[in-house]
Design a protein around this ligand. Structure first.
Ligand SMILES: Cc1cc2nc3c(=O)[nH]c(=O)nc-3n(C[C@H](O)[C@H](O)[C@H](O)COP(=O)(O)O)c2cc1C
Length: 394
């Protein structure tokens, strides 16, 4: 019996991932920053939204399919960039990308991934997006943009909310600090998870050596133990709207900004000529006082939703969360941890399971709320009580 057989929802996958991964790795994926208020708040904001089911509607022909940037996808769902997939499973990014391709949803490859964009483009080519962290030396970022273009990536997503390195104190406690030097604690931690040691770390060590950030520009493509921030390789604190204009000039495909969480920034994104924004607080991993994205979404979607494509992430764990986000104006959501847990438990099969679970839950929520098509999901489904749902109804 595989560990996946016992998983019926994303929270089960999380528990199974916890059993598989070394503590340092699991916490890196699962936790957020400082007091983890933003992480909890992201979930609480979804959970407090209540829906009204609709009776006696024939929903036997319903579908979760939708159109995003002019092309059909199986559900309003895409995979968020997560630099850690390759440490959850050997070449985890590739496993995740293959699952996304099979399920006909877009996949985003992170700058910090351990699998190269060339390999992903060759082996898992459905709709590929590349997430860009920006180097202080801008020329290096431009090289990456060129590389993504040459590999046929459909979209470039520039992450805008990781201005400085966040306070993830548990990483320091777990010995997962950069530059990496193995501590006794870390070594003990790994020894307690021999499955991960053999099937992930040893597979790298016996093939390519220590995993490397394969998408970094050549001079910096060293192993993941090196510290990009410390060495000033990647510096996000000078990133500004002039950069966005340059990215726009250099990138002919779909350009998105990820990490927008206020209306004025969304309006500036429109002026900068981007095609889409991802309303995101990085899954609560950066600023711990960040507002929940699902709370910010209605005003942002109202301001720019008819001009650019609005996507959302941070806190998606259930298919009903997608329905809520779509009703509040998102064309699509991105999943970070939810699909990463699946990957950690079962590689491609685990990622497929996570996507399937969420898509099926979405389908059921559509059925309960009387929606046959994604474009029928509107604010009409919300229960607007005075306490909790004022924003939903507006
Ligand atoms: C382990 C991990 C690594 C991440 N790495 C990146 C990254 O390299 N670039 C990026 O833009 N976002 C990164 N993110 C943020 C995700 O893209 C996404 O915004 C977030 O996970 C959404 O929240 P959720 O995990 O609640 O779905 C990462 C998230 C996690 C959990």
């Amino acid at each position: 019996m595989s560990a996946l057989d016992d998983c019926y929802n994303v929270f089960d996958l999380r528990d199974a991932a916890k059993r598989k991964l070394p503590k340092a790795m699991f916490e890196f994926v699962d936790r957020s920053t400082e007091d983890e208020v933003a992480l909890r708040n992201n979930r609480a904001a979804f959970e407090k939204i209540k829906l009204r089911h609709r009776s006696l509607v024939d929903v036997s022909g319903r579908s979760t399919k939708t159109t995003l940037f002019g092309k059909e996808i199986a559900a309003p769902m895409a995979i968020a960039p997560t630099g850690a997939a390759g440490l959850c499973w050997y070449e985890g990014e590739l496993e995740l990308a293959k699952a996304a391709a099979k399920m006909k949803i877009p996949f985003t490859l992170a700058t910090g991934a351990m699998t190269s964009m060339e390999k992903i483009a060759k082996e898992a080519n459905f709709r590929l997006w590349f997430q860009l962290y920006v180097w202080k030396q801008r020329e290096l970022s431009y090289q990456l943009i060129e590389r993504a273009k040459n590999n046929g990536f459909e979209a470039l997503i520039v992450t805008t909310d990781t201005i400085v390195s966040p306070n993830r104190e548990y990483n320091a406690r777990n010995g997962l600090q950069l530059p990496f030097t193995p501590t006794v604690r870390f070594t003990m931690d790994i020894m307690q998870k021999p499955g991960w040691f053999l099937n992930v770390l040893m597979k790298y060590l016996t093939t390519i050596g220590m995993p490397r950030n394969e998408n970094y520009p050549e001079p910096y493509r060293r192993n993941i133990g090196a510290d990009p921030f410390r060495q000033e390789v990647m510096r996000q604190d000078s990133l500004n709207w002039d950069d966005v204009k340059i990215f726009r000039d250099k990138w002919p495909g779909i350009l998105m900004l990820k990490g927008i969480n206020r209306v004025d920034d969304a309006l500036k994104a429109v002026s900068a000529g981007v095609d889409g924004i991802v309303v995101s607080n990085h899954g609560g991993r950066n600023m711990d006082s960040a507002a929940a994205t699902i709370d910010m979404l209605p005003e942002i979607a109202e301001a720019v939703g008819d001009k650019i494509t609005v996507l959302l992430d941070s806190g998606i764990r259930r298919g009903s969360d997608i329905v809520k986000a779509v009703a509040r104006g998102a064309k699509c959501v991105l999943t970070g941890r939810a699909t990463l847990y699946g990957t950690a438990v079962g590689g491609e099969a685990g990622a497929l399971k996570a996507i399937n679970i969420i898509r099926t839950e979405m389908d059921k929520t559509m059925a309960y709320t009387g929606c046959n098509r994604v474009d029928e999901i509107t604010t009409d489904i919300f229960f607007a009580d005075r306490e909790t749902n004022r924003m939903a109804a507006s």
